[in-house]
Write a protein that binds this ligand. Sequence first.
Ligand SMILES: NC(=O)c1ccc[n+]([C@@H]2O[C@H](COP(=O)([O-])OP(=O)(O)OC[C@H]3O[C@@H](n4cnc5c(N)ncnc54)[C@H](OP(=O)(O)O)[C@@H]3O)[C@@H](O)[C@H]2O)c1
Length: 317
Amino acid sequence: MKAIIYRAFGEADVLEWVDDWPEPEPGEGEVKIRVLAGALNPKDILLRKGKFRPLLNRERLPRVSGQDVAGEVVSVGSGVSDFSEGDAVFGMTNRFHGGAHAQFAILRDDEIAHCPKELDWSQAAAIPLAAQTALQALRDCAHLKDGHRVLINGASGGVGHFAVQIARILGAEVTAVCGESNLHFVSELGADHVIDYHQTPAPAITGPFDCVFDVFGQYRARDFRDSLKPDGVYVNTIPNRKTVLAEGLARLHLQQSSRLVLVHSNRRDLEILAGWVADGNLHPHLDKVYPFYHVEDAHRHIETRHTRGKVVLEASC
Ligand SMILES: NC(=O)c1ccc[n+]([C@@H]2O[C@H](COP(=O)([O-])OP(=O)(O)OC[C@H]3O[C@@H](n4cnc5c(N)ncnc54)[C@H](OP(=O)(O)O)[C@@H]3O)[C@@H](O)[C@H]2O)c1
């Protein structure tokens, strides 16, 4: 089958669109999907560059890239009863190295859900990793509620543009931080206040906030000690020694003020997101759609760190 692979870690030119990769078959609890679109995420770039420690990045090379997909079910393994041939599905693999950007992908049945009918394939593929990250950060890490005030730093990118919309759905007042060229875009997403980080860096914005969601991840909890409420929560997205330690302490109930979101794909959250799409409250924004065979350009686009919404690969374009 066709697949996006890399045989060595490196820059985007290590990516190859090959047509002789072995076609996988679903095992117990798994679903085989004809991939019609696949979204890119910064993690795809980090994996391709070999940035993760060998313990996490242990799948051998060559390997297939990609985590997010939307497409049609081709066949199901034993024990799968909620999906059948021809169903339109979207989801994200929880396999650390990805392996989903190919003509066919195997995902577990609890990592996917039925596609929202309102969306095309590329829009559906844009949702799983980024929107589940935003949902899990705001709902599970920060316990964001109606009437809370949240500061979102990095509000115009893949995760951030979903975070603004989800915070509004949860009833929060949103102060969003982005670059000057995205002020109007983020305001249209529903943010109550939008601030250019060149004018006022996030830690200098006056609170008090119940949550700071540092999507771009360049700060630390203590940078917001003047603007977070005493019981407020700072959520980061970047795993490093300090954020992993803080998250470990939070999971042991030793502190709750500094969290690291670690996205995990699950059907319940995908269905919540699909419901919000159906209600007209959640809209994926696509910065650009590339054909699968232009994956190098798509990876370079993400690497600019200035995407507006999502970058997606599509099989038919
Ligand atoms: N831990 C997890 O489970 C998890 C899950 C998903 C993502 N992540 C991480 O979360 C981060 C964000 O992911 P993403 O998909 O949203 O990335 P992305 O789409 O590549 O983010 C691009 C956005 O970053 C903004 N940005 C660039 N420089 C900035 C600055 N100095 N201050 C504030 N914002 C700035 C840009 O805004 P402007 O163009 O407006 O400047 C752009 O909209 C990545 O590092 C990713 O690896 C972690």
